[in-house]
Design a protein around this ligand. Structure first.
Ligand code: UDP
Length: 457
């Protein structure tokens, strides 16, 4: 799928914008998509990238690219991503400041657009007197949950016992205690500290962009407006304008599509846990046996690094291969958007990353939601309880629950209802991108907002 901005009406302004993506797949994709959208709207785009996880630059002849050092050591890049965030924020201050100052001395810059997680950039923007707009690459609901963490901590929710995990969070429906974002680190305090910085940095920004659409998160957008008092632009889903393929950090294995071509319509469950999630061997076995026992065909993305300390598929037991060789297909990385739009796909067992969730809604593919950390915990609750477009695995990745959920989704009555809901949401999403639609109009408003920062160069 690559419709190259066919819905975008061009403007003739030539303001220069500088964009700064966070170097993780789920953040690079939407920022590059936004860069393409704004370029199509007539803006000149410069992208500052760090060396870590740098995408293939040959894809961007239409952008000016600057690469700055990130200061990470080799041993640090192999640690988990959440732990890298404060380090990246501390070490990129100087290089980012210098690069931006240099760009500014060459040409005027209307504004910078940085990932919300790059919280240090607000101070740099203030120093150089450039407006900063924040792109938050996840849902509004999960961002509000991050902003509510200090309150939830004060109320004692973060220290509740294991037996209380299914209790409701009365201040934040529909969350249950177990859905309050956690980060799988040994140092939750550090994670809370950086999130507080992210929220503070966002409050000081000139405006906020979200990869969502009004009809999906209307009450949450209203709440965000009350809390942050900033112009907010819900202009998603970005990938309907430009595919994520150009910024893929891994080669997308297209044999997955030829394999899907041979499968019956709506028969295959697509399984992917995104670019960061890690599981241990025990969980892997639960997934493998859940899929096997469901008897349903599956396409599984088995990314290098998915299982801690292991790189190869041989880690899966011999019995699994024997039982599934005729109806399972495994790849290291897939062209996910093309997979989800394939007629053979009937469901998506996902880690509930925001891009995956939006991509699934766009294609009307109902989900079975697991989660690993952070926003995924909130996204999966909304998919299950609010939008009713999927089934959340309430006890995590357990073989019996996976088997039952796959059956319910693919062949049961409950699955039919969920499919109806997601098709209706897909319809709303498509309308939001049409002229007069909410995302379309919000994008026009964003263009006007950015243009107000400076005259055309
Ligand atoms: N993706 C992909 N191929 C795969 C798995 C994922 O291209 O095999 C893309 C997917 O389309 C999405 C991104 O990687 O755009 C993952 O982002 P998400 O927010 O879902 O999860 P994260 O990787 O940030 O946990």
């Amino acid at each position: 799928m690559d419709n190259h901005g066919q819905n975008i009406q061009q403007h003739s302004k030539r303001c220069r914008l500088v964009l700064f993506p966070l170097p993780f797949q789920g953040h690079i994709n939407p920022m590059i998509q936004l860069a393409n959208i704004l370029h199509h709207k007539g803006f000149d785009i410069t992208i500052i990238l760090v060396k870590y996880n740098c995408p293939n630059l040959s894809q961007y002849p239409h952008f000016t690219i600057r690469i700055i050092p990130d200061g990470l050591t080799e041993s640090e890049v192999s640690t988990i991503e959440v732990a890298l965030i404060p380090k990246l924020n501390a070490r990129c201050v100087g290089p980012f400041h210098d690069s931006l100052a240099q760009l500014l001395s060459d040409d005027p810059i209307a504004c910078i657009i940085t990932d919300a997680i790059w919280y240090f950039t607000q101070e740099v923007a203030d120093n150089l007197k450039i407006p900063r707009i924040v792109l938050r690459t996840s849902s509004v609901s999960s961002f509000l949950a991050y902003a509510a963490l200090p309150l939830l901590q004060d109320k004692g929710y973060l220290s509740m016992k294991d037996s209380e995990m299914d209790e409701p969070v009365v201040e934040f429906p529909p969350l249950k205690v177990k859905d309050i974002p956690r980060f799988g680190t040994d140092d939750p305090e550090a994670a809370h500290q950086f999130l507080a910085e992210v929220v503070e940095g966002t409050k000081k920004a000139s405006g906020l962009i979200f990869n969502t659409f009004k009809e999906l998160e209307e009450p949450e957008l209203a709440k965000l407006g009350e809390q942050f008092l900033k112009p907010t632009f819900a202009i998603g889903p970005f990938h309907k304008y430009f595919s994520a393929s150009s910024s893929s950090l891994w080669t997308q294995d297209r044999t997955s599509i030829s394999w899907l071509d041979k499968q019956a319509p709506k028969s295959v469950i697509y399984v992917s846990f995104g670019s960061i999630a890690e599981m241990d061997e025990e969980k892997l076995n639960e997934v493998a046996w859940g899929l096997t026992n469901s008897q349903q065909p599956f396409l599984w993305v088995f990314r290098s690094g998915l299982v801690q300390g292991s790189k190869c598929l041989e880690i899966l037991p011999k019995e699994f291969w024997e039982a599934t060789s005729k109806r399972g297909y495994i790849v290291k990385w897939a062209p996910q958007q093309d997979v989800l739009s394939h007629p053979a796909i009937g469901g998506f067992l996902t880690h509930s990353g925001w891009n995956s969730t939006l991509e699934s809604i766009c294609e009307g593919v109902p989900m079975i939601c697991s989660y690993f950390f952070g926003d995924q915990m909130v996204n999966s609750r909304y998919v299950n309880d609010i939008w009713r477009v999927g089934i959340k695995l309430e006890k995590g990745l357990e073989r019996f629950d996976i088997e039952i959920a796959v059956r319910k989704l693919m062949i049961g009555k409950e699955g039919e209802n969920i499919r109806r809901n997601i098709l209706s949401l897909k319809e709303k999403l498509n309308l939001s991108l049409k002229p007069d639609g909410s995302s379309y109009q919000s994008l026009d408003n964003l263009v006007d907002f950015i243009s107000s920062f400076g005259p055309p160069v």
